[in-house]
Design a protein. Structure first.
Length: 367
């Protein structure tokens, strides 16, 4: 592969970017180097999990020392607490709570309107309180999955308290014509089943088998509005199957669909596409050359997000990530950010592994 050394350098230099956003306090990181808001300067949990995933993928010897990993796990676990109205033993960053408390005061009238609209339309409008609950749930899943990735558990169990029948009812209640959103919920159940010693695996695999579309290889019960929804929805479901160590049902069909619907968007959304192709190609040699060529072209697209001076990637073209679960974290300057760097690093490692440029030098995360 031409220019393989360039991409190895990009991977290795990610560590330089990570050091540039590291705070004085150990295990804490800023989301970007420029244009930070007050909340961007003070939120910690999510960006620490991003940094931990980056370090895991870089696979440096000093990172793998047990004493160091123990300290990392203790830090992440320090965020686990029980605060109403959130589920018991959630992972909670108090700065995020503070943001939404202030937002509640500012958006009281808007939330009242949303509640009224929810009674008259089929579309659901989330209030600030509901957005906060979703943010805490997302951070909890992220913290638990990151701990599992480095070989640790949450210090306290995260109780789901649902029977298998109730899990099934929950999945059946979702709108599977929008599989990106519904697939994310499926993936969450898979993560908790694997990390919290819950006996949901058979229920989850049987359920998702009933949603396989034999034409596209994706997972839905009503044809989605666009190809992006189909591919990104497949990504969410496949990430859940990955946690359960289950195979993709029709990898060849998904490969065909991806090849016929090449990504037109730029920015980090393209990483979902890479993950789907990578996981399918790990299971099947179908159209191997076409897949490799497409992934190499995507590699060039990802380079547009690279900031050479900072040794990191921006989440958007010429713009850093501005919001994190609804929280305004940066002004969106033309600079690298920790989330964009995490996703692009992950995509580059997948592409190079698929092309057999690298083997075990670097590791992959489970999303």
């Amino acid at each position: 592969m031409k220019n393989s050394s360039k991409y190895i350098d990009i991977i290795e230099n990610t560590f330089i970017f990570l050091k540039s956003v590291e705070k004085d306090s150990e295990f804490e990181y800023y989301p970007s180097t420029k244009g930070l808001t007050k909340y961007g300067e003070n939120i910690n949990l999510g960006f620490s999990t991003y940094a931990l995933k980056i370090l895991y993928m870089l696979n440096k010897k000093e990172f793998n020392e047990k004493n160091h990993l123990d300290k990392w796990a203790n830090y992440i676990n320090s965020y686990q607490k029980s605060i109403k109205p959130f589920p018991t033993n959630s992972f909670i960053d108090n700065v995020m709570i503070d943001f939404y408390k202030n937002k509640n005061l500012q958006s009281f009238t808007k939330d009242k309107v949303k509640i009224i609209l929810n009674g008259f339309t089929s579309k659901t409008f989330d209030t600030s309180k509901e957005k906060l609950k979703k943010a805490v749930n997302a951070e909890t899943k992220q913290a638990i999955s990151t701990l599992k990735q480095i070989g640790y558990k949450s210090k306290l169990p995260f109780p789901i308290n649902l029977t298998r029948e109730e899990v099934l009812d929950s999945l059946n209640s979702l709108n599977w014509s929008t599989p990106w959103t519904s697939g994310a919920q499926f993936s969450s159940f898979c993560v908790y089943s694997k990390t919290q010693d819950l006996d949901y695996s058979d229920t989850l695999t049987k359920f998702i088998s009933g949603l396989v579309d034999e034409n596209t290889g994706s997972y839905f019960n009503k044809y989605p509005n666009n190809s992006r929804e189909i591919i990104n929805g497949a990504m969410k479901v496949i990430s859940g199957l990955d946690w359960l160590d289950e195979e993709i049902h029709y990898p060849d069909k998904l490969i065909d669909f991806c090849l016929q619907n090449k990504p037109v968007e730029e920015g980090c959304d393209i990483v979902d596409f890479v993950y789907v192709l990578f996981k399918c190609s790990q299971q099947s040699d179908y159209k191997r050359n076409e897949v490799n060529n497409l992934l190499m072209n995507i590699l060039k697209t990802l380079e547009k997000l690279y900031k050479l001076e900072e040794r990191g990637f921006s989440y958007f073209n010429n713009k850093s990530q501005t919001h994190y679960y609804g929280v305004h974290i940066t002004q969106g300057e033309n600079s690298a950010d920790i989330h964009g760097t995490l996703l692009c690093l992950w995509a580059i490692i997948m592409i190079l592994k698929n092309n057999h440029v690298i083997d075990n030098e670097y590791r992959l995360i489970k999303p």
